[in-house]
Design a protein around this ligand. Structure first.
Ligand code: ADP
Ligand code: MG
Length: 255
């Protein structure tokens, strides 16, 4: 096993009132192995998004360290960190944040043009191949207002994958989708993981977490449990069993 991402003694607090720091992350330790698919579950306000942003270098911890492939990225200057995020990490969110004045293909390729690691022709080809895999290639030259929510989340996944990231992070990526689109998006994420991309998702949805192989549970800024659930294989009955196991754990933990 190769550790791709690691957090040690991570703490984060906000000072909203003078001399009264509000502690959001409390001494978090976590390790993500290359190729893993891990979910983080927990009640609203427990610090899941803050944890995701802190370990992906989008936000800074108050103390502690984050390592990406053995390098301490929490000590990187902002520009080096931005370059690492651009080339090694992909992000998908609940709200899709696409640019309205660009067509769908241009939204997908933008960060690859910025990374300048391949020619624009190669980037466009890669974007079209990704779009084909997601079944949205016919939308390439359309405006984002012409696509449905499920289609736009596929666009967001293509955008997140355009630089071939090592780790794909998601914060409630299906939070705005109906259950059919959720299942379709999760099928896509399972395939992406099977092809080798490490995935870390924040979710409160057992349908989403049931696709991962390990689930971390957060409560009041602390990681309170870390449970392996084995690899998901494409089997609907098995998925139901996994979902009910997770639901039971959530009840047991008082979530
Ligand atoms: P979750 O994603 O689990 O719902 P968050 O990580 O978004 O939780 O938030 C955890 C806690 O941190 C919440 O109590 C929230 O109000 C607080 N919080 C998040 N961002 C800020 C901020 N910028 N300033 C102050 N408090 C914040
Ligand atoms: Mg959140």
């Amino acid at each position: 096993m190769v550790t791709i991402l690691e957090a040690r003694n991570l703490n984060k607090s906000y000072t909203t009132l003078p001399d009264k720091p509000h502690s959001i992350l409390k001494d978090i330790h976590l390790q993500l192995q290359k190729g893993e698919f891990v979910s983080i579950m927990g009640p609203s306000g427990s610090g899941k998004s803050t944890l995701l942003y802190t370990i992906s270098g989008m936000d800074q911890a108050s103390s502690g360290s984050v390592y990406f492939s053995g390098r301490e990225i929490s000590a990187f200057p902002e520009q080096a960190l931005a370059q690492l995020r651009l080339t090694k990490m992909g992000f998908i969110f609940q709200h899709i944040h696409l640019l309205k004045n660009l067509n769908i293909l241009d939204n997908i390729v933008l960060s690859a043009y910025m990374a300048k690691s391949s020619s624009r022709e190669a980037v466009n080809r890669r974007a079209l191949t990704l779009m084909q895999k997601m079944g949205i290639e016919e939308l390439a030259h359309h405006n984002i207002t012409e696509a449905s929510g499920g289609q736009l989340q596929r666009v967001a996944i293509c955008r997140a994958l355009i630089n071939n990231p090592e780790v794909l992070f998601g914060d409630e990526p299906t939070g705005a989708l109906n259950s059919r689109s959720t299942n379709e998006i999760m099928d896509i994420l399972a395939d992406i993981n099977a092809a080798g991309t490490t995935i870390l998702l924040v979710t409160h949805d057992v349908k989403v977490a049931a696709r991962s192989e390990r689930v971390l549970f957060m409560m009041d800024g602390e990681l309170v449990a870390d449970r392996p659930i084995g690899n998901y294989v494409k089997d609907k009955d098995n998925l139901k069993v996994r979902e009910s196991l997770l639901s039971k754990w959530l009840v047991d933990m008082g979530f």
